[in-house]
Design a protein around this ligand. Structure first.
Ligand code: HEC
Length: 128
């Protein structure tokens, strides 16, 4: 196999994994309310599929996850900046949605702007 083909194969694998991650994060953290279809439950949990706000300004969508809103929990202590970027990039491109992805650096900067404490998983994982 030529180097070029190996490189392309690796790119495809990396791309698939990144996409699967966002999807898995959504299944674990969001689907109980917003449903795997992204359609939510009318009157209780808003649809994210076909939602204009979700496909609008990325920082405003990320702010909902970092601060919580109404009956929606605050994910700032449970999801890292990379997780938030990954799950929102999935939400913004799944079910026919067509908005640009966002990256961990943008979420990190937003945490600072909103004065939300940095993700602290490290505090609990230092016993080995
Ligand atoms: C416990 C149920 C629950 C879970 C879990 C949950 N949400 Fe929500 N979500 C809500 C509710 C309720 C609202 C409406 C909040 C409001 O505006 O009062 C909402 C609103 C939103 C909005 C704003 C939609 C709009 O049109 O304004 C986004 C974006 C969103 N959720 C994304 C997510 C993502 C991504 C996850 C997983 C990381 C998630 N939610 C997990 C209940 C939930």
């Amino acid at each position: 196999m030529s180097m070029r083909i190996i490189f392309l194969a690796l790119l495809l694998i990396a791309h698939g994994a990144a996409h699967a991650d966002g999807k898995a994060l959504f299944a674990r953290n969001c689907a109980a309310c917003h449903q795997a279809t992204g359609k939510g439950i009318p009157g209780a949990f808003p649809a994210l599929a076909g939602n204009g706000f979700v496909q609008g300004e990325a920082s405003q969508v990320a702010a909902v996850l970092l601060k919580g809103r109404g009956g929606m929990p605050d994910f700032s202590p449970t999801l890292s900046d990379a997780d938030i970027a990954e799950v929102l990039s999935f939400v913004r491109s799944a079910w026919g949605n067509q908005a640009a992805p966002l990256n961990a650096q943008e979420v990190e900067a937003l945490r600072e702007t909103l004065k939300v404490p940095a993700f602290a998983a490290g505090q609990m994982s230092n016993k080995h």
